[in-house]
Design a protein around this ligand. Structure first.
Ligand code: NAI
Ligand SMILES: O=C(O)C(=O)[C@H](O)COP(=O)(O)O
Length: 378
């Protein structure tokens, strides 16, 4: 069996190695000739899987994308060819949630403000939005959720409108899929008009898809509204973001909000599980056995942790400042953008660190170990 896999997908050898012959490819430049004799195709978000790529791949029976988003895949075409398709829902949701939370801590520190006490609006309350909300609520923040689709589906959480988020939230974090049609389409959800409604000093974070914000309008807006602070992980026109926009952000990264080691491993593991399910094989490998121990695997937490100490602790798993600096040095070319993604040193999730048993669980200080557990520390 021939397995074609994106070279930037970790653990393919460990999980698929005994199932067939694996050929690693550059997902961005993958050509039809390279997939013609494939039985299994494992991709990431940079590969457009459509008739143009796989029309002549007559043996192809499985396409797996180790991503949450599916906007790069023509799922209708795959269905018409009877090719099984799966993505990896939720695989990197914790990574995105923690990225957003840590970015907010970084912004607070940079501007000498306190994150505690701010109201945060989450737009899109699915896996990544919920993961961000979990961190924020663990820290005691007031979180407003906007997700008209979930509300219609009967989700019991309390939802507000996007207008309410814009009116009331100090921070807005975007977590929607990119959709071009329908009542709730997200393409340019934040267009010029909506950007102009942002209240003074809003922090706007986008770690879903670049085109959820009209990037040209955002440049014009930000040039007039320096009070608004931006954290952007995703860009219109990736892998070539608009240089002017990068310069106007507080933190900028090349679509790596989901790049934790755990998130990447989960992505490949979900594809492995789905393949086993499809062909009736027993799942004989485990996710936890793939992950290495973390260098700071156990910490003793002081009960009087301040917000700046919480940020320092968070930087053990992810120091956003490093990625921001590296990105500004390499984002002017598409090759630089992709190379940074390829060489990204996977960060860890809070769960990689466990709290030593000596912590004082009875402390009633503002930030305490039970809050750290709720954030995701073990
Ligand atoms: N930057 C990165 O590295 C990553 C980016 N992503 C992107 O984030 C997106 C969201 O991921 P998940 O939360 O896991 O997806 P999800 O499907 O679990 O949740 C998305 C939520 O957005 C809601 N939604 C759709 N249209 C909306 C609208 N107009 N207003 C408010 N809510 C709306 C949906 O009802 C759904 O609950 C993915 O589709 C992907 O494009 C995902 C993972 C990593
Ligand atoms: O899961 C998604 O959706 C994403 O956006 C991915 O995290 C992006 O990573 P790559 O698939 O492009 O490596």
């Amino acid at each position: 069996m021939k397995i074609i896999a994106d070279e930037n997908m970790p653990y393919v050898d460990a999980l698929f190695g005994d199932l067939g012959e694996i050929e690693y490819v550059n997902g961005r430049t993958l050509s039809p000739e390279q997939v013609n004799d494939a039985d299994v195709l494992l991709v990431r978000s940079v590969t457009k899987v459509n008739a143009g790529l796989i029309a002549h791949a007559h043996k192809l029976k499985f396409v797996g994308s180790a991503t949450i988003g599916t906007d790069h895949v023509d799922v209708d075409y795959l269905a018409s060819r009877n090719i099984y398709f799966t993505n990896a829902p939720g695989c990197n949701a914790t990574a995105v949630g923690e990225y957003a939370f840590i970015a907010m801590l970084e912004l607070a520190q940079r501007f000498g403000e306190s994150l505690a006490g701010k109201v945060v609006g989450i737009v899109g309350a699915g896996n990544t939005g919920t993961a961000a909300a979990k961190c924020l609520q663990a820290y005691g923040l007031n979180v407003l959720l906007c997700d008209p689709i979930k509300a219609q589906q009967g989700d019991k959480r309390e939802f507000v409108s996007l207008d309410t988020i814009i009116e009331q939230a100090d921070i807005i974090s975007l977590h929607v899929p990119i959709t071009k049609d329908g009542e709730h389409k997200t393409w340019y959800l934040f267009d010029e008009a909506r950007l102009n409604q942002l209240k003074p000093n809003t922090w706007l974070l986008n770690c879903c898809r670049g085109e959820v914000i009209d990037n040209r309008a955002l440049i014009r807006f930000k040039q007039q509204r320096d009070d608004v602070k931006l954290v952007l992980d995703v860009w219109e026109g990736e892998p070539k973001p608009m240089a002017e926009l990068v310069a106007l952000t507080e933190f900028a990264t090349p679509h790596i909000a989901g790049y934790s080691l755990e998130g990447k491993a989960r992505g490949t593991f979900i594809l492995y599980q789905k393949w086993c399910e499809l062909v009736g094989l027993a799942v004989d490998k485990s996710l936890t056995s793939l992950l290495p121990a973390f260098q700071f695997n156990q910490i003793v937490s002081q009960s009087d942790l301040t917000e700046s100490q919480l940020l320092k602790l968070s930087r053990l798993v992810y120091d956003l400042r490093d990625d921001d600096v590296t990105f500004r040095g390499c984002c002017s070319t598409a090759a630089g953008f992709d190379l940074m993604r390829k060489n990204h040193t996977y960060r860890r999730e809070y769960s990689a660190i466990s709290l030593a048993p000596s912590v004082d669980y009875l402390s009633d200080d503002v930030i305490n170990p039970s809050m750290l557990h709720a954030l995701g520390f073990n």
